[in-house]
Ligand binder design. Structure first.
Ligand SMILES: N[C@@H](CCC(=O)N[C@@H](CS)C(=O)NCC(=O)O)C(=O)O
Length: 206
């Protein structure tokens, strides 16, 4: 049984979604981040970065959400990797693009708007990073022109990893309506049962 460390409301969420897509048994160990459990000596042995997610499967311990998702696909649902070498290259391209290019400005704005008290927010940081988003979303929107999925004819990790990053835009109130290919794509993938299960797990527990 796989153990995933981290709440589905954090970067661990994209791994929860991948585990659901793969249909593999797992349990989630949420860490109390306010109590700094992610910085405890015990957890630092699992992820020395003191961040979530991390995953244990048998004698393998992994950190980095994208690496975890590629492992889950490789081990349990190869369809998610693309169906030939070219597609696998593109699945990697979009996943690396999402985490390196798209997530960087989104997270900068997220940190300011969600984690920083209003009086301490840095308007310049917000503006600089918001200004980067239209170009990035235009790139994604163009890639989705007349396409249901980013790579090939089926849902892959390219969709999962990229959509999980793009969805941070909601939390910062960035309007995706002008990017109509993207919004149609997000609608299609949000209807997937695995995505819906992930959303249920993300919802605040009563
Ligand atoms: N590149 C890492 C980023 C992980 C990350 O930043 N996780 C955040 C939660 S979303 C975290 O654990 N932050 C705690 C901290 O930075 O101390 C990944 O994708 O796994």
């Amino acid at each position: 049984m796989i153990t995933l460390y981290g709440s589905p409301r954090t970067s661990a969420g994209r791994c929860v979604w991948a585990l659901e897509e793969a249909g593999v048994a797992y349990n989630i160990k949420e860490l109390d981040m306010r109590a700094k459990e992610h910085k405890s000596a015990e957890y630092l042995k699992i992820n020395p970065n003191g961040k979530v997610p991390a995953m244990i499967d048998g004698d393998l311990t992994l950190f980095e959400s994208m690496a975890i998702n590629f492992y889950i696909a490789e081990a349990y649902k190869k369809d998610l990797l693309g169906s030939n070498l070219q597609e696998r290259g593109l699945v990697h391209q979009w996943s690396f693009w999402a985490i390196a290019e798209l997530q960087a400005p989104l997270i900068e704005v997220f940190i300011q708007k969600v984690f920083t008290p209003e009086e301490k927010q840095d308007a310049k940081v917000i503006e600089l990073n918001l200004n980067e988003l239209p170009n990035l979303f235009n790139i994604l929107n163009s890639a989705l022109n007349e396409r249901k999925y980013l790579v090939g004819n089926q849902f892959t990790l390219a969709d999962l990893n990229t959509a999980s990053v793009a969805s941070i835009s909601k939390a910062i109130g960035f309007d995706l309506a002008p990017y109509s290919n993207m919004t149609s794509w997000m609608k299609v993938i949000s209807e997937r049962p695995a995505y819906q299960k992930y959303m249920t797990l993300r919802a605040p527990q009563r």
